[in-house]
Ligand binder design. Sequence first.
Ligand SMILES: Cc1ncc(COP(=O)(O)O)c(C=O)c1O
Length: 379
Amino acid sequence: MVEPPFDAFAYAHAHRTEIAWLSQNTNHLVPPSVVGPALARAIEERRYEGYPYAPGAPELKRLVLNDLGLGDGSGLLVTAGGTESLYMLARALLAPGDEVVASDPSYLIIHKFVELAGARTRNLEIYQPPFRLTYDRIREAVGPKTRMILLIDPLNPLGSGYPRDEVRAIAELAHDKRIVLLNDVTYRDFADSPTLAQPLAPETTLTVWSVSKNCGLAGLRLGGVAGAPDLLQKVHRYNTNDLGVNVLAQAAATAALSTKREWFPRVLAQTRANQERIRDVVRGVAGASLPVFPSQANMFVIDLAKAEVTPEALQRELLLRHGVFVRAGNYLSPQFGGRFVRLSFSNPPEDIERFARAFPATVDALRGHKASTAPIPSA
Ligand SMILES: Cc1ncc(COP(=O)(O)O)c(C=O)c1O
């Protein structure tokens, strides 16, 4: 009998409470008291029985625009995660034959949406310093078929961030060429001084935002896109979630955003301390290194090219033997995915300590091929 391929997510979810989730850049540091009472109230009021106000709760929209530092001139769509907005805008703004300037590594789900629209991404390889796109390279890559530039800032998976001057130059380029700058700012709260492109080029920028990572609400699926009202109107034609976004998610996001200033500094401080701890652990493992440090997001990658272990084997062994879930790079990079694992670190220190114990031992075991002969527990 042929064994089905190992499904890391099925395994991790089956052992959900025993896993250190370092795999999806989620945030496990927001005190439950931030959203718990708001969710409890919404449940008590049985808000889930009725449909939400379809365009999104006005208070939530005001809080999001404030949080992004965007004024009243910006429109805002609230969708089921930033993901739904990314899908909608790709369908709405791209046609067969169009090109999108993007990177490799990248958050490849966006590239998939581009391809579903019949367009293609032109992936500039950025797995070398400065580990991000640059104005010069984008300008060279923009051609007659280019309709969009994808600027994920800070960048998943590398954790690199864009300096203000670079964002400005890229935003102006998009404006001058009349192409859309898709500025995905999902991780901006983890950066030292994030710069949004929209205030620099309001007519041609779309800002994709999310409360999954900053507010620790990934499971509730809420995010959206901001931009000039006429551009957003085009995007909105592709809205399939016509009856609005989950009411409980909106209640939780409203509670989190209205108090974010009070609790986010502690989340950030722990996230920073965690990445330093991980850096020290990686330093002690021959052949492993951090291409980007410090990360401007809540994740980075560990390069393993010289460590004599494959990312897939490391992911599997860390998960099955230590309950530590990191991601092998092939889901984030066609060219370089065989060289790295990505891990995130907005987690309690215990999770990071579990990684600190498991990582050196697992790399050693894999080098000696000891791990591959041992039995694997079933899900
Ligand atoms: C760059 C980027 N954009 C968007 C998303 C999707 O976020 P959401 O949970 O809001 O759909 C992610 C999720 O990991 C991401 O990394």
